[in-house]
Design a protein around this ligand. Structure first.
Ligand code: AMP
Length: 222
């Protein structure tokens, strides 16, 4: 089963994709996480991507598409994947459809998570991330037990460079301009599900699983 979680920055795609991975036992692929790893390891791709990411812009299609498809078509994702953050442009969506079709696969469902801009900005600017294990915290809603330290591994919590108010606003605008047009494509294909991304994390997961129920029943019956 190939699933896509799509939605604006800060809506909780990463958190929810990790929960779906556990429940459905399908790997989770976050292009944002992959790119951040390239940046921190100083690879050529990381060097080419870093300035775009710092500004809150998208990394050019050709760089991201090659990286993402390499993972999606690789053995760990052969039986399906939960995509988080890819595709983000019409060109990426087209490349993904073509690549999946060449392997007898297609997106089973596209889950569109959404929330009002003011909620997204609050979530983005209050987010703190563990520099060790990548766990996510929030200054108001998910405080660590020791201020500034990760509950799981004790590493220092940091603010992502692109979670500042100004860059977060840019990322929201980029999402509206470049990624939202994909919704029409998936609606037309009959795979789009709208899911409210507001409220309790567990409630949002339940909404996502409810939207997926027809697909999971079908696939286990085959
Ligand atoms: P995320 O963690 O998904 O919010 O992604 C962080 C940043 O990585 C984005 O603001 C982009 O600069 C870059 N990025 C992640 N995925 C993509 C993609 N599919 N296309 C272009 N840039 C991406």
């Amino acid at each position: 089963m190939d699933l896509l979680l799509i939605g604006p920055p800060g809506v909780g795609k990463g958190t929810q994709a990790a929960r779906l991975r556990q429940t459905l036992d399908i790997p989770h692929l976050s292009t944002g996480d992959l790119l951040r790893r390239h940046v921190s390891e100083g690879t050529r791709l990381g060097a080419a991507a870093a300035a775009h990411m710092r500004r809150g812009d998208l990394v050019p299609d050709e760089l991201v598409t090659e990286m993402a498809l390499g993972q999606i078509l690789g053995p760990p994702c052969a039986a399906g994947v939960v995509l988080d953050g890819f595709p983000r442009t019409p060109a990426q969506a087209e490349a993904l459809d073509v690549a999946l079709a060449a392997h007898g696969r297609r997106l089973t469902a596209v889950l569109h998570l959404n929330a009002p801009d003011r909620t997204l900005l609050r979530r983005l600017t209050g987010r703190r991330t563990c520099g060790g294990c990548g766990d996510s915290y929030h200054l108001d809603t998910r405080k660590p037990r020791t201020p500034g330290r990760c509950d799981s591994c004790g590493h220092r919590l940091v603010q992502r460079a692109d979670d500042t108010a100004e860059t977060a606003r840019t990322r929201l605008a980029v999402h509206t301009r470049q990624t939202q047009p994909l919704l029409a494509r998936y609606r037309l294909a009959g795979v789009l599900h709208e899911v409210d991304g507001c409220g309790d994390v567990g409630d949002i997961t339940r909404r996502l699983l409810a939207a997926l129920a027809p697909h999971t029943v079908h696939s286990s019956a085959c």
